[in-house]
Design a protein around this ligand. Structure first.
Ligand code: RIB
Length: 309
């Protein structure tokens, strides 16, 4: 199997992560246990996760003209991600995420900075990368017109568009129709479709005009093909969770990398990769390499073969 090529259009953030025993209440000050700086941002996280799984990855995005931006570019380069699609925005700070982790749950505040200076022209300038890609992967931490630009280019070059609708936003019907696979969690699916929160999951999935891979954390994930009413379930793999930051990004990257194996295998690989990712602190720190994922899948009872890309 040839190396998979993934074009990621998305955000880069520096994650400032504090671990505490619990989240503070509004107006309350509490003492935390640990602090760390990590590379993050949904675009960068998904790019790194895909590269570790053996894909050839290009990231289209924007960083500030500051030390954080230079550190993020260097870190991505060290992971083997092609950073020629990153624009340095003069006079702008890099994206920053303030994250609190308590009991493996997280709360995140993102200050987009340079991510919001990304333009459709920046995306269009990487036409060659998109033309070469097997999958185009995009999230919602960049301006929506850049998401549209990625969707239009994916359509032009007949590439599958994987849209991870995070953070949650109501999405135009036309964008959902341009999407090959929507990859929300339950809250993001409700928001994307603009339906009431109490809508049953099966109905929510059936309401999307595209295929849906719904991640449900400890419940695993569900897949529904476009136009179908069948929901396929992949149970989660049991691990000791330390920090769930970046689990969704790992899930998305693995789905993109293993999409050619078909939805059942792609979902299985994505749930396994996400499970491994929560066993370490920091979004990118826990993301598995292809060999680790293959060994994990081989170790599961009843497994006949490991992963391949
Ligand atoms: O999905 C996790 C990411 O969300 C973090 O790395 C943070 O930067 C925010 O973008």
């Amino acid at each position: 199997m040839s190396v998979r090529k993934i074009a990621v259009v998305g955000s880069l953030n520096l994650d400032l992560l504090t671990e505490a025993e619990r989240f503070p209440l509004p107006g309350e000050t509490i003492t935390g246990q640990r602090f760390g700086r990590f590379m993050g941002g949904k675009g960068a996280n998904q790019a790194v996760a895909a590269a570790r799984l053996g894909a050839e990855v290009v990231l289209v995005g924007a960083v500030g003209d500051d030390d954080f931006g230079r550190q993020m570019q260097a870190a991505l380069g060290a992971e083997g991600v092609d950073t020629r699609g990153l624009r340095v925005v003069a006079g702008q700070t890099s994206g920053l995420a303030s994250i609190t982790v308590a009991g493996a749950e997280n709360q995140i505040i993102v200050v987009p900075g340079a991510n919001h200076a990304l333009t459709p022209a920046d995306v269009e300038a990487r036409a060659d990368d998109i033309a070469r890609a097997d999958v185009v992967l995009v999230q919602l931490e960049i301006p929506i017109d850049c998401v549209w630009a990625a969707a239009e280019m994916a359509r032009h070059y007949r590439k599958p568009l994987m849209l991870n609708p995070a953070p949650a936003h109501r999405l135009p019907e036309a964008l959902l129709r341009a999407t090959t696979l929507l990859t929300p969690n339950a809250h993001e699916l409700v928001a994307s479709l603009g339906l009431p929160a109490e809508t049953p999951l099966a109905e929510l999935c059936a309401a999307a005009p595209c295929a849906v891979a719904l991640s449900r954390g400890v419940e695993g994930a569900y897949y529904r093909a476009a136009g179908s009413h069948d929901l396929q379930h992949q149970p989660a793999f049991a691990v000791t969770a330390v920090d769930s930051t970046g689990a969704g990004d790992t899930f998305n990257a693995a789905l993109a990398v293993y999409w050619h194996l078909g939805p059942t295998q792609a979902l299985r690989h994505a749930c396994a990769a996400a499970a491994l990712s929560v066993t370490r602190t920091g979004a990118q720190s826990g993301m598995p390499h292809a060999a680790e994922l293959a060994a994990f899948l081989r170790s599961l009872p009843g497994t006949l073969s490991g992963s391949r890309i």
